[in-house]
Design a protein around this ligand. Sequence first.
Ligand SMILES: [Cu+2]
Length: 214
Amino acid sequence: MTIQRSFRTGLRRLLLASTRFMLAVLAAHAVPAAAATLQVHVADAGGAPIQDAVIYATPMDGHLPSRAPLGAEIAQRNKTFVPLVSVIQTGAAVKLPNLDDIAHDVYSLSAPKRFELKLYRGVPAHPVVFDKPGLVVLGCNIHDMMVAYLLVVHTPYFAKTDANGNASLADLPADRYRVTAWHYRQSDANARPEQIVGTSGHAATTFTLKLNAE
Ligand SMILES: [Cu+2]
């Protein structure tokens, strides 16, 4: 081996070693298994973005944080439920304030939660707690055209897509997740397409859904 060649070999070894060292340093300083973000894009078969799709991620290891589920609010304004689509974790409480100056009578006949808030104005004294997962369709006994969709999911990791079809699940502990998509206008109402996605740092995935015409 010439001196030149052994110098090059040595240099290469040195570079490899220092790269390994830097990777080890990076790994040691990596954010403790808690900061993954999952970007999800939802579109139809033609590529048009789909708004108001619900995305939720269930940890494959079954481990959920012990914190209490976040509450939510579905208001009634101008004889319309706002928002049209909501997603909450099982056990969450939902306020149903009536912002109109007429009375509403909010009810659901859906299996996960049958209830009725008899004719009321203003804010009901108690929120409604949804303790079973599944789809709850809300209506008003006075105004038939009023409808809202509430998806109750067994995980705190969820989001809705925006007008560009994008949703972001932030602060996911590094894990493998069953990521599920749902939309209230799917041609197959029971379709819950899912993907297994590993998160570490940053992950992205896309769902293609088939919707009924509006
Ligand atoms: Cu009403």
